[in-house]
Write a protein that binds this ligand. Sequence first.
Ligand code: B12
Length: 157
Amino acid sequence: MGSEQADVDERRGTVVVTSMSSDSHTWNLVFLQLLIEELGYDVVNLGPCVPDDVLVDRCMAVAPSMVVISSVNGHGHQDGLRVIDKVRACQQLVTTPVVIGGKLSVSDQHTAARIEQLMAAGFDAVFDDSGRGISDFLTFVGSISAIDTGAVVEVSA
Ligand code: B12
């Protein structure tokens, strides 16, 4: 991805990458950190098993351009519904783009319904592994960057 790496002089802001309290997996977070850094953002990686109040407090302190939540242990749907409530309860984080992705459940059944619930609860996007996760995520980040810079880009559905 070297040639696509954004010029370091044009850093786009800070993204918080985090897991949630139940999830001890770490390589998903490292992967996302490297990916997002290559897109030109600084990343604050909160690591695995992040308690809800720590997640919210760190987001308040960093005031990020975006919060990227990752979960792969199968509890992402449940944890995500709880955490987004707490994030959106903070006035300062009401409009911050917050996304979630990974292996959000232990089964592929009812994926659409789970995504719908997470969106209705306040996430701006959900990237379940059963879909086109990473390419959809890159499109989403492109749309955030366009808002940041005022540029107009076409984002496919
Ligand atoms: C290594 C590993 C562990 C290690 C983790 C060590 C560490 N330091 O991270 C250990 C042994 C600790 C572990 C523990 C457990 N694990 Co584990 N683990 C794995 C394993 C083998 C690899 C995960 C990995 O590192 N992948 C590499 C990273 C880079 O990729 P990734 O995690 O898949 O993430 C990718 C995508 O999900 C996506 N993605 C992730 N997040 C996000 C977010 C966004 C926004 C986007 C766009 C994309 C995205 O992008 C990543 C790159 O493609 C997987 C199986 C597998 N082959 O995937 C199981 C797996 C994730 N583990 C699993 C389970 C169940 C557990 C345990 C609950 C087991 C147990 N009963 O104790 C515990 C979890 C405990 C807990 N509290 O969370 C299950 C999850 C089941 C599910 N979701 O359906 C898996 C899938 C194994 C399986 N097939 O059953 N695990």
